[in-house]
Design a protein around this ligand. Sequence first.
Ligand SMILES: Nc1ncnc2c1ncn2[C@@H]1O[C@H](COP(=O)(O)OP(=O)(O)OP(=O)(O)O)[C@@H](O)[C@H]1O
Length: 280
Amino acid sequence: MFGKKKKDKLANDAVIEARVANSKIMVSHLKKSYVNKGKETVAVADASIEILDNEFVSIVGPSGCGKSTLLRILAGLDEATEGTAIVDDDLIDGPGADRGMVFQSYTLFPWLTVEENIHFGLKIKKMPKKQADEIVERYLEIIKLTPFRKSFPKELSGGMKQRVAIARALANSPKVLLMDEPFGALDSQTKSQMQLLMRQIWQVEKPTVVFITHDIEEAVFLSNRVYVMSGRPSGIKANIPIYLPYRRTLAIKETMEFLEYRHRITSLLHADEEDDLLEN
Ligand SMILES: Nc1ncnc2c1ncn2[C@@H]1O[C@H](COP(=O)(O)OP(=O)(O)OP(=O)(O)O)[C@@H](O)[C@H]1O
């Protein structure tokens, strides 16, 4: 393990490197291990990623390779064992309003209506009411839930709840949006609609997004770039830019280019699963 002085120097170097590279997010040689009853579990062995402003980047990988762990560290909900994670030139040292989160499980406040949920963060920030109302109005339109503004979460479908969760996160103008399998619990048709909506939101609002998913098709459809993580020892196995048209409709999923990307990423993941089987 590093001493404090060495750790501070590494952190300082990493901030300078992120600044020079002009990256929004820079994760360098991140390791995370958990120790329970003396037994160490390495959740992430060595991962480095770099994400530019306005990029939509997905992270895919075999189950248990540490995708959620990496995202939790970016959210400041967990601490790296080694290495550094930087957002906008700042070392991450806890949760912050600069990072919006959307999880797979629905995390709306059940006692607040749709519009109150979206309004919540703006109220905390003490934004003037008129300005906050305009933002809420705009996001209600973007997520197409204006008619449901007075509804409570329990009156909404899963897809609607996730639309509110996305609006609530984006209304705060976070520097980055961190999404952990946000559409994982939805049926396939709702999921496709959510993917289309998410891509449209990105085309207009251009948030910097880190998106965790098991679904390779979803990753290719949404992203500018896909990181593929490896199984044990877990780290980044491939960094694949997606050169598909900027404006995407669901029909793109049937094109040859799309299928080639899907096949390439699937092959990378399957190679990992085969290695695992041979080892066990
Ligand atoms: N709090 C914890 N204590 C001990 N081990 C943990 C903890 N959190 C995660 N792990 C372990 O770290 C590894 C990575 O977990 P993580 O949830 O990040 O993987 P993942 O790639 O997101 O998995 P999945 O795709 O199945 O959701 C797993 O082996 C998991 O059991």
